[in-house]
Design a binder for this molecule. Structure first.
Ligand code: MN
Length: 330
């Protein structure tokens, strides 16, 4: 199930772009590769793997599920550090429990987003809650990494918990698509997420055969990732299926069309994430959970982590501690 549903006929509608708007052509379509993360759960990862300058200001996109876990099967990412960027976790089905070395934490459930600015550094764990592990169930989520510019890499850690009910809901010009604006601007509307780096983050559900044509900031890059279903994008109607990412070229507007038939089980729409932002265009040095500007800063991050300067996990949290160092391989 898409995280939040609504009757699109009652929602504010996006205006169609003016006739002179340039619809962005598709630069490339990338099929996500599969990767094992944390305690051993499989993600689909469209990037990194491509030319990262195309994704700038984004660093990584992990698509978790959709997967039907049996009892005892659900997994997550135990204690590990981050520095120099933001992790944005959007949950569609199931739940994640979050804890961090500052004592913060919370439960992330269907339709909610957690925006964590790691900034100068933090340790955290992201795990399905015990009750969910025990019972099993449908699990589906996305984690996006947003880079921070050099001037903000040392900003103190910060959270935004964006509840399912906080998301800005809109519809396309004819009501055929439901749009959930999680962060940034979309048309004349704004999402609840406050971002250090200007970005837009939208989850769209297009009814079979419907079209979404919308303005998109010309100075942002533009990516469309398919969570489920299939359709076509761009003026050239390029097909994109589940697990594929379309990277758009320059222009002012995006055009998407859902296929007339959506064959996947139990769903009726085409589920697409639209993401874009203002490129940072700075050198990137990355290793595992650290993303800085220079190799020296990466070495410093390792030293700081090992010295406990990114935070220390309390003794009662130790059951999850063993994977902290494994996470450095991520
Ligand atoms: Mn993490």
């Amino acid at each position: 199930m898409p995280a939040v549903t609504a009757d699109t006929l009652t929602l504010p509608r996006l205006a169609l772009p003016p006739a002179e708007a340039r619809i962005r052509a598709v630069r490339k379509v990338i099929t996500a590769h599969r990767q094992t993360e944390g305690e051993g759960f499989v993600v689909r990862r469209p990037f990194p793997g491509m030319d990262l300058s195309l994704a700038d200001p984004f660093l990584l996109l992990d698509h978790m599920g959709a997967v039907e876990y049996g009892p005892g099967e659900a997994k997550g990412a135990p204690w590990h550090p981050h520095r120099g960027f933001e992790t944005v976790t959007y949950m569609l089905d199931g739940a994640f429990e979050h804890k961090d070395s500052t004592g913060g934490g919370g439960l992330l459930t269907e339709g909610a987003t957690q925006w964590m600015t790691a900034g100068s550094g933090i340790l955290h764990s992201e795990l399905p809650p015990q009750e969910f592990v025990a019972k099993g169930g449908l699990f589906h989520g996305v984690q996006l990494w947003v880079n921070l510019p050099r001037s903000l890499k040392w900003t103190p850690p910060r959270y935004q918990d964006i509840g399912a009910g906080d998301v800005t809901l809109l519809s396309s010009h004819d009501g055929g698509a439901l749009l959930r604006v999680i962060a940034g601007e979309f048309g004349d509307h704004k999402g609840p997420g406050v971002t250090w780096t200007p970005i837009s983050y939208v989850h769209a559900t297009l009814a079979p055969g419907s079209e979404l044509t919308t303005l998109w900031p010309a100075d942002f890059n533009a990516l469309a990732y398919v969570l489920a279903g299939r359709g076509t994008v761009g003026p050239e109607s390029r097909p994109v299926d589940e697990g594929q990412l379309a990277v758009f070229g320059p222009g002012d507007a995006l055009a998407l069309r859902a296929a007339d038939r959506q064959d996947y089980h139990g769903r009726t729409g085409w589920e697409v994430l639209l993401i874009g932002g203002l490129p940072i265009r700075e050198p990137i040095a990355r290793y595992g959970p650290f993303v800085m500007n220079t190799k020296a800063e990466i070495l410093q991050a390792f030293e700081d982590y090992q010295a406990g300067r990114l935070g220390v996990v309390e003794p009662d949290q130790v059951p999850h501690q063993t994977a902290a160092d494994d996470a450095l391989d991520q």
